[in-house]
Design a protein around this ligand. Structure first.
Ligand code: RB5
Length: 151
């Protein structure tokens, strides 16, 4: 059983509608969702929101994060600069499940210009329902990622 209860969500101007849909969807499933994203469709800079959610996850303010920009890529790159963050940009549920099982991704990211709302829901479901395997080769590799942060 996952111990995720509080989820931080962040987005840029390209993803306001999808952010609102996913926030409502997750709340409907009983999660508390903290909105770190913009609520305006005026052009803004995705690194601001990737960093905010990254710091909230790494600092333990929230248990996990969801990031959405046009592609999901820029905002995940920004979040991954925060120590302790493993943000994965995906566009379908198999990768979402595997990035929890193998990489223990603590942030899932996707693109509002890439996936529709039903695919986005399937992505968050797959990621939230999956469990990190947490032993053997997967643990060794995630530990190696942690060591890169210390170098
Ligand atoms: C904004 O136009 C766009 O560049 C951004 O949402 C994202 O796709 C960047 O990776």
């Amino acid at each position: 059983m996952s111990d995720i209860k509080v989820i931080g969500i962040g987005n840029d101007h390209a993803a306001v509608d999808l952010k609102n849909a996913i926030k409502e969807y997750l709340e409907g499933k009983g999660y508390e969702v903290v909105n770190y994203g913009t609520d305006s469709t005026e052009s803004c800079d995705y690194p601001i929101f990737g960093e905010k959610v990254g710091r909230a996850v790494a600092g333990g303010e929230v248990d996990a994060g969801v990031l959405i920009c046009g592609t999901g890529i820029g905002i995940s790159i920004a979040a991954n600069k925060v120590k302790g963050v493993r943000a994965a940009a995906v566009s379908e549920p198999v990768s979402a499940r595997l990035t929890k099982e193998h990489n223990n991704a603590n942030i899932i990211a996707f693109g509002a210009r890439i996936v529709g709302v039903e695919m986005a829901k399937a992505i968050v479901d797959a990621w939230l329902e999956a469990e990190y395997i947490g032993s053997g080769r997967h643990e060794r590799r995630v530990d190696q990622i942690r060591k890169i942060e210390e170098a």
